[in-house]
Design a binder for this molecule. Structure first.
Ligand SMILES: NC(=O)c1ccc[n+]([C@@H]2O[C@H](COP(=O)([O-])OP(=O)(O)OC[C@H]3O[C@@H](n4cnc5c(N)ncnc54)[C@H](O)[C@@H]3O)[C@@H](O)[C@H]2O)c1
Ligand SMILES: O=C(O)C(=O)C[C@@H](O)[C@H](O)[C@H](O)COP(=O)(O)O
Ligand SMILES: [Zn+2]
Length: 360
């Protein structure tokens, strides 16, 4: 196994390997009760995990929540708090988030708020959870106002990325996670791009050593960025590359599109914007669509949707007043923040990327 440390005020390890879940109790020293927050596809794994915690002398509490984005709500968080209250959870007890990014975001938020903050250990079971959602301490839920608009920064005590859990993950879910991996390739680690380009099938194969190296590299990128800027007051913003349009598409689709798939279109859009401004050359811009589509990710969206997407982009957390801020590249591994984009520029770029089918 490999341990990647996330530095900062409260450093913690992201452990990547196989057959890790038997060692979970070792990250829960001092706890008496442990709430295992999970959704239906992972019920059997949650039960096995609870049994190993019991064997280690802990008292597990299985907390089942609705799957995916349906679980990322204030109402579901309130249900979890009710369960913790019934069980008499104290500040020394702990929460485990076992599942995809939606469950780890929810479990982290539940832990951040209960008694104003108890320990959470994240056990991501999706690729996206491993390389992104479970690492870095951003937790939260969706509300009527939009995605992830309510939450807290609450770093985990540890993150266990057990690659064995990926065996049951659907292919499209795995591919969604690759969007965030490829994002890390463009903002910080070009070797990620080379690995995917050399063998896209291996990149999407949970049993391959290529995927393991991609996980370790993407976690290392995220760990390095968040260690210096937990609260996104500076450099952490680069992890939002591709997310301005990505989050707007997710909202436009009523969260029926996978996060990674929406981010994929957002990455192609951001690259086109950078190309239009002369920040990157055509080769670097085209490399985005090429590498993303090589693993089966989408690179375009409905050409008629711009007028509905623009207000959603304005709700982006990176916006300052009326000013939209975009993360763009000035070269591979060179993210930069741009805040002087005009509406005509955004529209023209959108129509360049989202070409009507009959005109393409
Ligand atoms: N906090 C952050 O920094 C951060 C970063 C990136 C994304 N996110 C959030 O993460 C969420 C997306 O995460 P996701 O892509 O994992 O989606 P998800 O959590 O919705 O999981 C996708 C589906 O896969 C299932 N699943 C997960 N692991 C499985 C396994 N091993 N076997 C079988 N099924 C499994 C889930 O139950 C769900 O049905 C979004 O809500 C996004 O906003 C947060
Ligand atoms: O960790 C971060 O910071 C990121 O921006 C990572 C993103 O991939 C992730 O989707 C995050 O949830 C987006 O954050 P948000 O603040 O825009 O909701
Ligand atoms: Zn993301």
């Amino acid at each position: 196994m490999t341990a990647i440390q996330v530095g900062g005020d409260r450093p913690y390890d992201v452990v990547v390997g196989r057959d890790l879940l038997g060692g979970l109790a070792g990250y829960l020293d001092g706890a008496r009760q442990v709430a295992v927050v999970h959704a239906p596809p992972l019920t059997a794994l949650a039960e096995r995990t609870a049994a190993t915690l019991s064997d280690a002398g802990l008292r597990p509490l299985l907390v089942a929540v609705p799957d995916a984005e349906k679980g990322k709500t204030v109402a579901v968080a309130d249900h979890c708090w009710a369960e913790l209250g019934r069980a008499g959870f104290t500040r020394t007890d702990a929460v485990v988030g076992l599942g995809g990014g939606a469950v780890t975001d929810l479990a982290g938020f539940v832990a951040a708020c209960w008694l104003r903050g108890v320990r959470v250990v994240q056990v991501p079971t999706s690729l996206l959870g491993m390389v992104d959602a479970a690492v870095g301490g951003k937790t939260g839920v969706n509300t009527m106002a939009g995605k992830n608009l309510v939450g807290a920064f609450h770093p985990p005590a540890a993150v266990l990325c057990d690659l064995d859990t990926l065996a049951t993950l659907g292919h499209e879910e795995l591919v969604g996670g690759l969007a965030e991996v490829i994002k890390c390739g463009f903002i910080a680690d070009e070797q990620i791009l080379r690995l995917v380009e050399a063998d896209p099938a291996a990149a999407a194969d949970p049993a391959s050593p290529v995927l393991r190296e991609l996980v370790e590299r993407a976690v290392a990128v995220k760990a390095e960025v968040v260690a210096g800027d937990l609260r996104e007051s500076g450099r952490r913003i680069v992890l939002n590359y591709g997310h301005t349009l990505g989050h707007a598409i997710e909202r436009h689709e009523g969260y029926r599109w996978r996060h990674g798939h929406a981010v994929s279109v957002g990455l192609v859009y951001a690259a086109a914007l950078a190309r239009r401004r002369g920040l990157i050359d055509a080769g670097t811009a085209d490399r985005h669509a090429a590498v993303l589509s090589s693993v089966g990710l989408p690179t375009t969206y409905r050409p008629d949707a711009f007028d509905e997407l623009l207000p959603a982009m304005r709700l982006d957390k990176k916006a300052q007043g009326d000013t939209l801020r975009f993360v763009l590249l000035s070269g591979p591994g060179e993210p930069t923040v741009v805040s002087d984009v005009s509406e005509p520029e955004l529209r023209a770029t959108y129509l360049e990327v989202c070409v009507p089918v009959e005109a393409s």
